[in-house]
Write a protein that binds this ligand. Structure first.
Ligand code: MN
Length: 402
């Protein structure tokens, strides 16, 4: 069973940390996401709990430098920890020492062993397919099999890490810095205890294996991708950097935000038939700030609930051959897009392969990213009767090729 709605989600709960009670705050007491932070003048990371603009030191509960140990806990213990954190931070509890988020460095929340990137948005698959195959945008397997590739964990970087423009093969006889650097707006899923090699996770249980969620920017070099991707799929066009937001919103905090998935018009095989509300309602936005802009502007927004394949279906499919998922593995959703132009989750789609450049308020245009451009992902969950919870930010600035 996935995490349940309980009194920790009560919207009337307040914290003694005043910044957590401000409307629009990403980290109210109903959220309590976890991350790995390094206090000022220290070098070792500790587990922290984000509350308002501060961090509660979580090392008394979780004495590790990453969240891998947390993800390995049974769901009942994760729920107990959430109750402890609420008790420590709710209004009326004795004040404790906190760290200012602005004073701390963040590390990757987990030592990610394996990173898989799905292709779960039918809107993205259709939009991209149209650019290359106008008559036949969606490949015939799309509605039957969740498509993914195995990514590279060694180039996952935490939000704020500069992203150097990579070199690559850009076609026959051409090697140099990519001219078509793009972002991909995605959601990252962290699994809980996982499964033993050989033991598939049945789809009816799969949602309960989700332990936490973050934001992911899967930077992509489109010219490299176009030249290399057939027949085996993405390789060096993707594995130069993938940015991850530092705060993991727990499955327990997300309990109120499950909703029905978009209906399928083609029946799926029984092992993918998921009962109940399988989609998570998370709004994700992508913002861009060029070197000359005083403030970022929003390029697009999309809803995670619009994905064709749900988190449970991704987990069930991934393990259906017996493949083991282990604590700290990250499953990314694939680029999130929706039905409208404003929902397109990467520049390739948004500019129709460069044919329709994005016009910025400074008079600049973009078909792909330029050096100095900063891309910022944000995300949040909202539902009537519940407190809004946010994901913080996943940021990255492009630096010039070496
Ligand atoms: Mn991707």
């Amino acid at each position: 069973m996935s995490a349940q709605i309980d009194d920790t989600h009560d919207r009337n709960r307040r914290s003694w940390v005043e910044s957590a009670n401000r409307p629009g705050c990403d980290f109210p007491i109903q959220n309590l996401p976890l991350g790995a932070f390094v206090p000022p003048r220290e070098t070792r990371a500790r587990i922290g709990i984000a509350i308002g603009d501060s961090i509660l030191d979580g090392s008394a509960w979780l004495p590790d430098e990453t969240l891998n140990g947390y993800f390995a806990l049974p769901a009942t213990q994760r729920a107990d920890l959430r109750r402890d954190f609420v008790k420590a931070l709710e209004a009326g509890a004795p004040a404790r020492d906190l760290f200012a988020q602005a004073d701390c460095a963040m590390r990757l929340p987990a030592a990610v062993g394996d990173y898989t990137d799905f292709y779960a948005s039918i809107h993205h698959a259709t939009n991209v397919g149209k650019l290359f195959r106008p008559d036949n945008p969606l490949l015939p397997n799309y509605k039957h099999v969740p498509i993914a590739y195995h990514g590279r964990a060694s180039s996952l970087v935490v939000s704020g890490t500069a992203v150097r423009r990579p070199h690559g093969q850009l076609g026959e006889g051409k090697f140099g810095p990519t001219c078509e650097l793009d972002y991909e707006m995605e959601v990252g899923l962290f699994v809980g205890p996982g499964n033993a090699l050989g033991d598939p996770i049945p789809v009816r249980d799969a949602r309960a294996h989700l332990a936490g969620v973050c934001l992911v920017n899967d930077w992509s070099a489109r010219d490299v991708q176009r030249w290399e991707y057939q027949p085996l799929g993405p390789f060096l066009a993707k594995n130069f950097a993938t940015s991850v937001s530092p705060w993991v919103v727990t499955a327990e905090a997300l309990a109120p935000f499950w909703t029905n998935a978009a209906p399928h018009d083609v029946p799926v095989l029984p092992y993918l038939q998921e009962p109940g509300a399988g989609a998570l309602d998370i709004a994700v936005e992508v913002w861009l700030k060029t070197g000359t802009m005083p403030a970022p502007i929003r390029l697009s927004r999309a809803a995670f609930r619009d994905m064709y394949w749900t988190p449970g279906q991704m987990i069930a499919h991934h393990t259906s051959n017996g493949c083991a998922l282990v604590p700290g593995d990250m499953i990314a959703s694939g680029t999130m897009s929706g039905p409208e132009k404003e929902n397109r989750g990467c520049l390739l789609e948004l500019t129709a392969k460069g044919a329709d450049p994005v016009r910025l308020p400074t008079g600049e245009t973009r078909t792909f990213l330029e050096d100095g451009d900063e891309v910022i992902l944000t995300g949040y969950c909202e539902r009537a009767g519940f407190a809004r919870i946010g994901f913080g930010q996943c940021r990255g600035t492009i630096s010039a090729a070496r």
